[in-house]
Structures are given as structure tokens and as C-alpha cells.
Design a protein around this ligand. Structure first.
Ligand SMILES: [Ca+2]
Length: 281
């Protein structure tokens, strides 16, 4: 998603307000002496949190990544990576050589669009835009644009389970969209225990789970696509070395899975490297 500090502040302000309102309400309840009867029972939340796995990683391989690519979507196809890059004026769809990071083919996304997540389904690439409520469809082999589609709200991350397009919009909600009608068929709310997990960004469907970057965090949530429950957290902190990136927006934001060889790739916005990692349980 976006990179502009002002947008971030705008987004956070209402949340801060909500927290204040919530805190005030809680204080009021406590003053009334009724907090104990209204507060969620700790016994109810503890077992749900207890089953959430906490995983680490090991680096299997690392390769160069274009440090000017503001990565918003990553997909593996036939030994190469498909990558969507964002920012108005710098947005693109690319085919990238895995081992050299060299851009083999590139289609520019014109101003004013800010490209976001991509998904590969039925030999087509679907690409979101951040706030324009329009997506682009390309032939996966030629990267030639073959169509457009529309959706409501913002577009952040996109993946597929082989049937639906699966879309994140920066909230804790994930929408399942029919790739023919573009109607929403299902929406899940992502929860870690009872806590909503917002700012879900780049997505990847991996062995029956939805992996989601959380914006500005070095971790991925592995989500149950039926219930929205976070089944585990994958902590990816420490992938980059100090000084590898300078920009505060150069955050983890790229997950691709090669199902045939069970390989998982991750990178980030403006990251100089792309990593193949193995999750350590
Ligand atoms: Ca992806």
C-alpha cells in the first residue's frame, strides 16, 4: 500500500480517536463498578491465543532485487517472478529473473494509477490499484493488457486459492471475489484470538492458508481462509542487515510461493535482496 506519511497519519488518527473513546468508555464502566461483568472473560480469550503458532525462518537462498522497485505484489511463475510495483508514475508489472533480479519484461502502469497486489489465475494476471477502484488484467505470458475490472474500496494485496481472487484493503477484512463476475462471494474478518489484525497487505495462498504481510511489521500472519483466524505468526525480523535500506517505507511486502517445489520467497519495498526462506517451527 501507500507510502505517504500524511495518508498514514490520516489513517491512524481515527484509530487513535477510537482508542481514546474506548478507553473513556472503559473508565466509565469501571467507575460504575460494572466493568467486571462487561469485560471479555480472560478464560475465553486465552485458549484461542494459545493455539496461535510462533514461527521463525532460515534463509535458503538470497538473490539481488531491484532496489528501486516499490514492491506491492509478488507471484512465482515458471521459474520467474512476476512483480507489481507501486507509486504514482513508477507503477509497473514486471517479469523478473529469479537468480539475477534482472527485469525481463516490464509494462508501465500509467499516471494516475498506483499499482498494488497481483494474482495469477487461469493464465491471467490480475493487478489492483490502490484507490482508483479499477484493476487490470494481463496475459500471463506476454504481459499484454487484456481487460479491466472494478471493485469497491481500496486495493492492497491480492492472491488466489485457484477459484477466487482474494483481496486485502488495509483493514482486517479479506474479500473473496468471483473472477468472472467480480462480485464479492465471501468476506472474512482476520482475528488473532479476539484481536482484529488490521493493515493486511501483500498476500499469498500457501498450502491452504492465506499468508499476509502486516504493513510496517516484519511478520506474516498465516490465516485460515474459512474462519479468518490467525493460525500462526512468522517472524521475519533480521532478514535485512542494518543499512540495507534507508527509506522508512522500505518494509517487508512481497510473498511468492512455488507450489511445485514448495519454495517460499519474500522481499520488500526497495529491498536490495529477495530471499528464499524456510519456515522454522
Ligand atoms: Ca503474493
Amino acid at each position: 500500500m501507500p507510502d505517504m506519511a500524511s495518508n498514514r497519519l490520516l489513517r491512524r488518527r481515527p484509530r487513535s480517536l477510537l482508542i481514546l473513546v474506548f478507553a473513556a468508555a472503559l473508565t466509565s464502566l469501571q467507575c460504575n463498578g460494572s466493568a467486571n461483568t462487561n469485560a471479555p472473560s480472560p478464560a475465553k480469550t486465552a485458549p484461542e491465543n494459545a493455539v496461535v503458532g510462533k514461527y521463525g525462518y532460515e534463509v535458503v537462498n538470497k538473490w539481488p532485487h531491484d532496489p528501486s522497485a516499490f514492491t506491492q505484489g509478488l507471484v512465482f511463475l515458471d521459474g520467474k517472478l512476476l512483480e507489481s510495483t507501486g507509486q504514482e508514475g513508477n507503477s509497473s508489472l514486471r517479469s523478473v529473473d529469479l537468480q539475477t533480479g534482472k527485469v525481463l519484461k516490464k509494462v508501465d502502469v500509467p499516471i494516475p494509477y498506483f499499482a498494488e497486489g497481483i494474482a495469477l489465475l487461469n493464465n491471467k494476471i490480475y493487478q489492483l490499484t490502490w484507490q482508483h477502484r479499477v484493476g487490470f488484467i494481463y496475459d500471463a505470458q506476454t504481459l499484454q493488457k487484456v481487460g479491466e475490472f472494478n471493485y469497491s474500496g481500496e486495493g492492497w494485496g491480492l492472491t488466489t486459492d485457484g477459484r477466487s481472487l482474494i483481496l486485502s484493503d488495509g483493514s482486517n477484512r479479506i474479500r473473496f471475489i468471483n473472477p468472472d463476475s467480480f462480485q464479492v462471494t465471501k468476506t472474512i474478518a482476520v482475528l488473532d484470538g479476539n484481536r482484529p489484525v488490521g493493515e493486511l497487505n501483500e498476500l499469498e495462498y500457501v498450502n491452504g492458508e492465506i499468508y499476509a504481510n502486516v504493513w510496517h511489521e516484519d511478520r506474516i500472519a498465516a490465516i485460515d481462509p474459512e474462519t479468518g483466524r490467525v493460525k500462526s505468526w512468522i517472524d521475519l525480523s533480521g532478514l535485512l542487515q542494518p543499512g540495507d535500506v534507508q527509506d522508512p517505507e522500505a518494509v517487508l511486502n512481497g510473498i511468492a510461493f512455488d507450489q511445485a517445489s514448495n519454495r517460499l520467497f519474500v522481499t520488500g519495498k526497495l529491498w536490495p535482496q529477495l530471499f528464499e526462506i524456510k519456515i522454522k517451527q
